[in-house]
Design a protein around this ligand. Sequence first.
Ligand SMILES: Nc1ncnc2c1ncn2[C@@H]1O[C@H](COP(=O)(O)OP(=O)(O)O)[C@@H](O)[C@H]1O
Ligand SMILES: [Mg+2]
Length: 77
Amino acid sequence: MSKVVEVENLVKRYGSLAAVDGVTFSVEEGEVFGVLGPNGAGKTTTVEMIEGLRKPDSAPSGFSESTLSGSRSGLRN
Ligand SMILES: Nc1ncnc2c1ncn2[C@@H]1O[C@H](COP(=O)(O)OP(=O)(O)O)[C@@H](O)[C@H]1O
Ligand SMILES: [Mg+2]
């Protein structure tokens, strides 16, 4: 098993609103991983940052590519 997604201290702000406020988790290859929370908790924003659709404000350097195993293009089909 290897990590296919690794997120550490992910932050996204919209003005004064912290939509995602320091989220850390990893997902193993083959793991079924759910993100639960009420409306507005930041689930969609988190997933869309991992997908590269929204730009994070703060994350370890290289978040957008190096924390995904394999290339982004390899994730699409
Ligand atoms: N483009 C945006 N501009 C301003 N605020 C946003 C934007 N997208 C999401 N938000 C706010 O960020 C918070 C998290 O939203 P979202 O990620 O959609 O939550 P969830 O998917 O868990 O319901 C909410 O308060 C939402 O209103
Ligand atoms: Mg949502």
